[in-house]
Design a protein around this ligand. Sequence first.
Ligand code: SF4
Length: 135
Amino acid sequence: MKIYLVSACLTGLKTQYDGRIITSAACIKAVEGGVCIPVCPEQLGGLPTPRTAADLVGGDGHDVLAGRARVLDRTGVDVTENYILGARQVLAIARQHDTEKVFLKARSPSCGLAPKVGVTAALLQAEGYEIVALE
Ligand code: SF4
C-alpha cells in the first residue's frame, strides 16, 4: 500500500494558525487507497494552535534553510528555529516510512510551493521527495 505524507490541516485536524478546521476534498481523493500520515511542521516545531500568522522574510524556504532569510510572525517575533525544527521533524517522519509522495497545503510559509517555497517544502524538495500542492 502506498504511503503518503499530508499536511495535517488538509485532513480536518485543527492545526491551522487561526484554529479553523478545514477538510480538503481533493486531499481525501488523492490519498484514497493509500496510507495517509498527517504532519504539521509548525506544531512539530513547537508552535501552538492558534498562533500568530508568519511570513518568509528575505527569501524563500531554501534561503531560510541556508541561513539567508528568516521567518517572522506578524508581531515581529522570529520563529525561524521553530520552522526549521518542524521541517526536520517532517523529514524524519518521511524517512521512517517508505513515503511515496507528499501532499502539502498551498500558500503556507511551511508547506506552500508558491508564491514562495515554504521551509518544509524546501527541505523535502532538496531531499528528492515528490510534492503536490493542494487546497
Ligand atoms: S499548512 Fe502546514 S504548517 Fe500550516 S497548519 Fe497546515 S500542516 Fe501545519
